[in-house]
Structure formats: C-alpha cells, structure tokens
Design a protein around this ligand. Structure first.
Ligand SMILES: NC(=O)c1ccc[n+]([C@@H]2O[C@H](COP(=O)([O-])OP(=O)(O)OC[C@H]3O[C@@H](n4cnc5c(N)ncnc54)[C@H](OP(=O)(O)O)[C@@H]3O)[C@@H](O)[C@H]2O)c1
Length: 252
C-alpha cells in the first residue's frame, strides 16, 4: 500500500509508544518503529502487527552516542525513504530509562547523567528531524515530540527529565517556525501516566502524583495516543508550534 502514510516513531515498543503505534495503525498508517534494547517487546509488537494485518518495521537504535546517532539517523532516513517510498511524519517518544534516575537527588545529578538524558530525549530527535524534515515537508506532514508538564511548571523529582523535555519545548517551537508552512510541529506535555514508570515511586509518591491532578487520576497511554494520532495525521491540521498539556489539571 504505497499510498498509505508512513510514520517514524521513536520509543515505539514502550508503554506509550505501543499505544501510539496501535492508534496510527487504526488511522491507516504504516509504522517504522525505533527502539533501543527491548527485543522481546519489539517481537511482540511485530507479532501483533502480523495478527492485525498492520504494517511495522522495527529498527534498533542507540541515541546515547551523539556522533554515531546522527550518522545512523541520516542512513536510516535514506534507506527508509528508498524502501517505503515516503515518510510523512515523525513522532518522538524515546526517553532515557526513568528507573535509573527518577529518584536521584538533585545534588547528585552528574554531568554524565544530565547529558545522558539530553542525548536520548532531545538530541536523538534533533538528528531525526535533520534527516527527515525535507521528506516530511515534501509530504506536507508533521512532527510530534514528547515534552512533559514538568517542563512547563517544574517538578521536585526527575529534574533531569524536566530539563531535557523543556529543550524539546524549544525544539518544537523552533522547528515549527523553521519548517512552516509545509510541516506542522507540535508537542505533548503529559502529567503522570499509568505506565511502568509508576513502579519507580513509593506508595506515598504515587498518591501525591495522582492527587496533584484536579481529575484525581493518572492519564491512560491510549488517551495520549489518541491526541498524538490527531496531531500527527489529522484530520484537523490548523495547529503548529503548540504544546498540548494532558495532565488532568495540574498545570492551569
Ligand atoms: N510515563 C509518564 O508518566 C510520562 C509522563 C510524561 C512524559 N513521558 C515521556 O513519554 C515517553 C514515553 O514514555 P514510556 O513510559 O512509554 O517510555 P519509557 O519506558 O520511558 O521508554 C522509553 C523509550 O525510549 C527508548 N530508549 C531508551 N534509551 C534509548 C536510547 N539510548 N536510544 C534510543 N532509544 C532509547 C526505549 O527503548 P527500549 O525500551 O528498547 O530500551 C523506550 O522505547 C518518554 O519520553 C517519557 O519521558 C512519560
């Protein structure tokens, strides 16, 4: 189906990524998914695609070494366009593993840690945007990047993530200006979601995260996925440079 849109998704095999892939399938897209280590989850997603008659190609990438990651992004872009005939959109969800770092005290954050998060959450998406934006512009497509409510209002835990996600906010707005009018670029800023990340928190921290939201619950990955599907493929296409907050009413 050469006419079906092709969407590149980073972090495709994680909780939110897999929900986004399903949403994109339901909208008729072919998906090229990037992951880092989770071979088992990649195999499960490939099996699910086969069962549903949906399209996915999965590639293993590592954003943690920027110079190599940048070269890989350009090679990946060339071969994907050659193989599938087009790329319409990029959805950037990859993130440094939270379990290594979420509860690290602020005073203990090292240069290596902060740079490590920045390389995965932000720079990996800079390289892919460099490599894919011409093709996405040709298709009048879109870029959607994961940000976070913490990047907008701060947080007392996971500060390294808030810093990298705030760089993604700047990246969204800069790319929106740079790539207009052909490419729409938007970001999503979720609050606490019902994902395996919650397992990193104590019962008290989980309750605090839940009750911070006016709606007194966590967000569901499928809710995030629906918004990302809409931002990526439309039908509504009159939005660019925006960071959509989806946090149950924490940031007002
Ligand atoms: N959960 C929440 O409450 C919440 C709230 C706001 C924002 N977010 C953000 O939403 C995104 C998705 O969250 P999630 O909980 O579904 O995912 P996650 O468990 O944080 O997984 C992150 C994804 O990034 C990939 N990744 C990790 N290191 C990488 C590297 N060096 N190079 C390339 N890819 C790498 C992982 O691949 P492998 O699994 O294959 O290693 C995985 O697919 C993340 O950016 C997260 O920060 C989450």
């Amino acid at each position: 189906m050469k006419s079906a849109p092709v969407v590149v998704v980073t972090g495709a095999t994680a909780d939110i990524g897999a929900a986004v892939v399903r949403e994109l399938w339901s909208r008729g897209a072919r998906v090229v998914g990037l992951y880092h280590r989770s071979r088992t989850r990649a195999a499960a997603l490939a099996a699910e695609a086969e069962e549903r008659g949906a399209d996915i190609i999965l590639y293993k990438v590592d954003f943690s070494r920027p110079a190599e990651a940048r070269k890989t992004a350009f090679r990946f872009a060339r071969s994907t366009i050659a193989h599938l005939g087009r790329v319409d959109a990029l959805v950037g969800l990859a993130g440094y593993p939270a379990h290594r770092v979420w509860r690290e005290p602020f005073e203990k954050l090292t240069p290596e840690r902060l740079e490590g998060i920045y390389r995965v959450d932000t720079l990996g998406h800079v390289w892919l945007a460099q490599a894919l934006s011409k093709e996405i512009a040709r298709r009048r497509g879109s870029i959607v990047l994961m940000c976070s409510a913490a990047a907008l209002i701060g947080d007392d835990l996971g500060i390294g993530f808030a810093l990298a996600k705030s760089a993604n906010v700047a990246l969204v707005k800069s790319l929106a200006r740079l790539l207009a009018p052909r490419v729409r670029v938007n970001g999503l800023a979720p609050g606490a979601l019902q994902t395996s990340w919650l397992g990193e928190l104590s019962a008290r921290e989980r309750e605090a995260a839940r009750s911070k939201a006016l709606l007194e619950r966590y967000g569901d990955p499928a809710e995030v996925a629906r918004i990302i599907g809409e931002l990526t493929l439309g039908p509504s296409r009159f939005q660019t440079g925006q960071i959509l907050v989806l946090d149950g009413g924490v940031a007002l």
